[in-house]
Design a protein around this ligand. Structure first.
Ligand code: SAM
Length: 221
């Protein structure tokens, strides 16, 4: 699956995608990352990509010509790919969306805005607008990396244990994972809950479910 990211700052993105599980996913041939520098599609000798907004206002907007050319180039590399525009006004990105996108098993093209945003006409080429939360970032790169990370780890063959993605937080609605412990049994006077050492799988399961509910009540309600 090709994952193409259109950005003015692709050097921000590659160190993240070329690390750990995301890198391994590419090594295994499950995904292929491509970084498309919007500047390469800039206009004139200065490779201009931005301009002032019609109607006045602060800041600059990404111009339509470079944006269209970059998205059309990405589409030519993977015609069936879906185009995702990173924007604070988009559909809120939650685990369910990550599962949907992973399930679509189609290539992805991410468009990262910058400055005050982009010329609105770009949405004629966009399949989905995505927000990673109700706050404003300086650019779409962190948002795109967040979505790529959450989606790629769900693709078959990426996570080690098949169970890993099934029992974790948000895998079933808004459940949260129960607390987990590893060796040593006691650390700085804090002991691992006894039930986890009991070997009684039914009891452990009951404890974990109760803890999941408690986490939810404590942090999400
Ligand atoms: N003027 C825009 C507004 O008020 O909505 C904000 C522009 S922001 C400074 C620049 C770019 O960062 C946006 O075009 C978008 O691509 C990206 N961005 C910022 N916050 C985001 C968020 N919460 N989710 C996804 N992308 C975001």
């Amino acid at each position: 699956m090709k994952i193409q990211i259109i950005s003015l700052f692709p050097e921000m993105i590659s160190p993240v995608l070329e690390t750990s599980m995301l890198w391994k996913a590419q090594e295994k041939g499950i995904v292929e990352y491509r970084y498309i520098n919007l500047r390469d599609f800039g206009i004139g000798p200065r490779k201009t990509v931005d301009d002032t907004p019609y109607g006045g206002g602060d800041g600059m907007l990404l111009k339509p010509e470079p944006l269209f050319a970059a998205v059309e180039y990405a589409k030519s590399q993977d015609p069936d790919a879906l185009v995702y525009l990173m924007t604070p006004r988009g559909e809120r990105f939650i685990q369910r969306r990550a599962v949907d996108i992973a399930g679509e098993a189609k290539g992805m093209i991410f468009v990262c805005g910058r400055y005050e945003g982009y010329d609105e006409r770009i949405i004629s080429l966009v399949d989905r607008q995505i927000s990673i939360g109700d706050f404003v970032l300086t650019g779409g790169e962190l948002a795109a990396m967040t979505v790529v990370d959450a989606v790629v780890r769900l693709l078959p063959g990426v996570l080690g244990g098949a169970q890993s993605a099934e029992i974790e937080s948000f895998s079933h609605g808004d459940n949260l994972e129960f607390p987990q412990y590893t060796r040593p049994e006691t650390f700085r006077d804090m002991a691992v809950p006894e039930v986890l050492l009991s070997g009684n799988h039914a009891e452990i399961e009951r404890w974990r479910q109760a803890q999941s509910r408690a986490q939810h009540n404590k942090y999400k309600s």
